[in-house]
Design a protein around this ligand. Structure first.
Ligand code: SF4
Length: 580
């Protein structure tokens, strides 16, 4: 990856494209690349939708190579939702393809003066940009279909739906999967609104004629890749649980642990959990046939294959297999126990281009406000349709749970730094509470997935109901996650590398044999710390402070059934997370 593409949407006379060497950013990938560019080039106090903000899209360090699991991509910017820095991570094919075309990053800067909407095309010959106002208002599915007709069935797309065009804070950026469907999303933090503010509807990528990126030490690279894959296959979570049931294997597990946020975080167990569990989902998908359940990778090179395909009652493709977070957000959190309704909501979210976590949490808040009854799937679907249409109500909902709570006078709004909490109640999984509170990203389970030691017994055990050990657990996970997000590796490799020292070593050797620069555990941890510190400094300069590193008060006073417990980690302890 020897070049960076800069697209200046505010250049005199219309957008300009320039390609340069990575310069000071050489050797960085994924989150390390996006956060380094954002912290170096974006004024922390700028308006997130202004010309001063930049949208950075970066494949991981190992993306485009034959390393298993290495096709994740990072999107960075100042977030319109949190007001701080954002890295949103996605699967899909664009990471592999951009990396093979030699791009270490795409940086979109400036803002066009007109109302035109643009299309970018990147291929072996270079990159071009043109106005295409015929794309205005299209959902991601229709948009991708048009691109497929125009550019063939080998291209990948990075796109926004109507929510991004309307610059909603819940707007996502879609990445097409191996079947050219816009099912993978950089969902969190409103990154789609930033792409909308830059007026780019779609980036079409064609890597025809390009080969895989080669390693500095190909023989060693091939050998350690085999060891790495063997380690993933050996671990019960990456080798069995995720491939068999997908991420939704967690519904029964987290519900059993009393940490499945139900009816807008009112209790920790949902009566309808079994009906929407991974086990029920797999059975339904198997009954309906088609490609079957849970045997699908979201990008080429994935060997865990936690994904699947969801067909409707008539056997017609509806959406990808809804992930655990989506099943929870649109299911238990809203009292909905119908997998078909949840899948329909997932499809609408992907088509309009909104984050399923933020939308589910928002509908939960709307239900608490009385806009619909908990459990009313049809009402939930109608509310999401309002978002797609951009009605006044839809624009409120499309700006997320915090805005919706404020507009409708709801006190119980489960957000940190305005971003919705995901699918683990922080009272029953206290390590997750520490991550939600302190992550540079706002409430984000992927930032430091303490469910590992709190619930799954992976990487040790820490009692989920007690405050002891949670700060250290979250801190270590946040550091490791930041480094993993820089490699292009799917975060799910963490289960195997936390438990199996030889698989962790295989990852170090993969990086070392690929780059030619030996990678050690110390170096890996140092990378994570360096990037986290930069992100933290950006947030402080943007005006966030330790008062923003807190859960909403009601988590400290309202007891959660069935454990009847509140969040116990003190503010003083939370302030120690970044003490490294
Ligand atoms: S394990 Fe799942 S999320 Fe990770 S790369 Fe594979 S399909 Fe995508």
């Amino acid at each position: 990856m020897d070049k960076i593409l800069r697209i200046n949407m505010g250049a005199p006379g219309g957008p300009s494209l320039t390609t340069s060497t990575p310069g000071p950013y050489a050797g960085l990938g994924g989150r390390a690349m996006t956060s380094t560019i954002v912290t170096a080039e974006v004024p922390p106090t700028c308006h997130a939708l202004s010309a001063e903000n930049k949208l950075v899209i970066a494949p991981g360090l190992l993306s485009g190579s034959s390393a298993a699991m290495s096709g994740r991509i990072s999107v960075g910017c100042k977030s319109p939702l949190t007001g701080g820095i954002k890295e949103a991570n996605s699967g899909g094919q664009p990471s592999q393809m951009l990396a093979r075309l030699g791009y270490a990053a795409i940086v979109v800067e400036g803002k066009p003066a007109s109302d035109d909407l643009y299309k970018v095309v990147i291929n072996r010959q270079g990159a071009t940009i043109e106005v295409d106002n015929s794309l205005k208002g299209l959902g991601n599915y229709d948009l991708v279909e048009r691109m497929r007709s125009a550019y063939g069935d080998k291209v990948a797309c990075i796109s926004i739906g109507p929510a991004g065009e309307m610059k909603m804070s819940a707007a996502s950026i879609a990445f097409t999967d191996m079947e050219q469907r816009p099912t993978r999303h950089a969902g969190r933090g409103g990154v789609g609104a930033v792409m909308g503010a830059k007026a780019i509807k779609v980036i079409v990528i064609d890597d025809s004629g390009m080969g895989v990126r080669s390693a500095k030490d190909p023989a060693r690279f091939k050998a350690v890749n085999k060891e790495f894959v063997a380690g993933l296959r050996k671990h019960p979570v990456t080798g069995q649980g995720l491939p068999t049931y997908g991420t939704n294997v967690l519904t029964n597990v987290v519900n059993e642990a009393g940490g499945f946020p139900t009816l807008n975080f009112s209790k920790g167990q949902f009566e309808g959990a079994a009906k929407i569990s991974g086990e029920a989902q797999a059975e339904l998908e198997n009954q309906r046939g088609g490609e079957g359940s849970a045997t699908h990778g979201c990008h080429s090179g994935c060997v865990i294959r936690c994904s699947g395909t969801f067909y409707d009652k008539n056997g017609k493709f509806l959406t990808k297999q809804p992930e655990y977070e989506t099943v929870w957000a649109h299911g238990g959190n809203c009292g909905i126990d119908d997998l078909d309704a949840i899948a329909q909501l997932d499809r609408l979210d992907d088509d309009f281009g909104v984050d399923t976590i933020e939308m589910g949490a928002t509908i939960g808040v709307a239900m608490e406000a009385g806009l619909a009854k908990f459990g009313d799937a049809e009402a939930a679907i109608n509310l999401v349709r309002e978002v797609g249409r951009g009605t006044p109500l839809g624009r409120i909902l499309g700006n997320g749970a915090a805005v919706t709570g404020k507009v409708f006078g709801v006190e119980r709004v489960p957000v940190v730094k305005n971003q919705s909490m995901p699918a683990y109640d922080p009272r029953a999984v206290q390590g997750m509470g520490v991550t939600y509170a302190t992550s540079t990203m706002g409430a984000d389970h992927t930032a430091g997935y303490a469910v590992t030691a709190n619930i799954l017994g992976v990487g040790g055990t820490v009692d989920p109901l007690k405050p002891q050990g949670q700060v250290e657990l979250s801190r270590n996970l946040q550091i490791a996650t930041t480094a993993i997000d820089s490699t292009g590796m799917c975060l799910f490799i963490a289960f195997a590398i936390l438990d199996q020292p030889e698989t962790f070593q295989a990852l170090m050797d993969l990086i070392g044999s690929f780059t030619g620069d030996a990678c050690t555990a110390d170096k890996f941890v140092e990378l994570g710390k360096t990037i986290l510190k930069k992100e933290r400094e950006f947030n402080l300069a943007a005006g966030l402070s330790k008062k923003d590193d807190r859960l909403p008060d009601y988590f400290k006073s309202e007891k959660l059934a069935p454990h009847n417990i509140t969040f116990k980690v003190t503010d003083e302890e939370l302030d120690q997370v970044f003490n490294f």
